[in-house]
Design a protein around this ligand. Structure first.
Ligand code: AKG
Ligand code: FE2
Length: 330
């Protein structure tokens, strides 16, 4: 009986995926939709009603939207300088580096101390305007990290990740989490712009995946589904100008790509979970970050504080993507 119910449930979900998969092929290759924020919008930390409508529409339809001209370049450069140094250090740990799927893609946290905690990056208001509109007021911020695509070196041969969903656990079939990505430099196919499979958030779930959470290669999308989906809407590697934010549905199929440039490509990743979603992770920051976070009214930031020295000493030992738990309590 239970088995039958489970099969029926799977069939229901599969139906929406397959209708998604068998739609007529588009005349044009898909493109990531982007919006340009005006100076006014950035100053007020809010998009106009028209741009906000576009942002939520693209998120709904494609599972991804880019907003350009949101973050000032100087603050990105300051953080990038430090994170590139850190990336070299982490990468030097080889087998013990916090890599996701392969050693050319590292899980990398930003230094969680006041000197690098720039609110326009970590608590970006345009990003929150979009996520609060899509998910409801006060999304929980419980994940604050980054993905670094390493360039070729004697030790590192850049490799692509398998196409996967970061939602590698049983999850709701309606939007529950949005990833805010902030690349610290221009992101292009040459330096490993993330491959994205637009529209795959709808109807996706565990039934599309192989590799359970906790395995090194978890959340991989089944190959036959990729082949079918490719006929409808092939994957793309968008060009994302520095200063942009990307908002992506956590369920979207995607994969880190080889970085064949000479530059380390750091892309920060923050997850805004819907206010009703009972994710239990917590962030850790140095004590001097506390006043900045306590002023934050739009997001529900779940954080603990330690001395700045302790934060600085320990943040590079936090582990790879699999040490995080994006699921919710019952
Ligand atoms: O680095 C990227 O472009 C994406 C990395 C990623 O998706 C992951 O590690 O889960
Ligand atoms: Fe991922």
């Amino acid at each position: 009986m239970l088995r039958t119910l489970a099969r029926q449930a799977a069939a229901t979900v599969n139906h929406s995926v397959s209708s998604n998969l068998t739609a007529a092929p588009p005349a044009m290759p898909p493109t990531a939709r982007s919006i340009k924020a005006s100076k006014e919008e950035v100053r007020h930390g809010r998009l106009s009603e028209r741009n906000l409508e576009l942002a939520v529409r693209h998120l709904h339809q494609d599972g991804l939207v880019v907003v350009e001209d949101v973050i000032e370049h100087g603050v990105l450069d300051h953080l990038n300088h430090k994170m590139v140094e850190d990336a070299m250090l982490l990468s030097g740990r080889g087998e013990n580096s916090p890599f996701n799927y392969n050693k050319s893609n590292l899980q990398q946290d930003a230094p969680p101390i006041r000197r690098y905690f720039e609110p326009s990056i970590f608590l970006n208001k345009i990003a929150s305007h979009i996520t609060t509109t899509a998910l409801g007021p006060k999304p929980k911020l419980t994940f604050c990290s980054g993905n670094t695509a390493m360039p070729p070196s004697d030790e590192i041969k850049p490799q692509r990740q398998p196409v996967h969903s970061d939602a590698d656990f049983a999850h709701p079939s309606h939007p529950f989490a949005l990833v805010v990505n902030v690349p610290l430099i221009n992101m292009t196919p040459q330096n490993g712009s993330t491959e994205v499979w637009l529209g795959t958030h709808n109807g996706s779930g565990l039934h599309c995946q192989e590799g359970a959470h906790g395995e090194r290669a978890s959340g991989r999308i089944k190959l036959h589904l990729l082949e079918t989906r490719r006929m409808v809407s092939p994957p793309i590697q968008p060009i994302i100008p520095k200063g942009s934010i990307i908002v992506r549905d956590l369920r979207l199929w995607h994969g880190g790509m080889p970085n064949n440039s000479n530059d380390v490509r750091v892309m920060l990743a923050f997850i805004h979970f819907a206010p009703w979603y009972r994710n239990q992770m917590r962030l850790e920051f140095g004590e001097e970050v506390r006043p900045v976070i306590e002023e934050e009214a739009t997001l529900d930031v779940r954080a603990d504080y330690v001395s700045e020295q302790h934060a600085e000493r320990t943040y590079l030992d936090r582990g790879s993507g699999n040490s995080y738990d994006f699921s919710q309590t019952p």
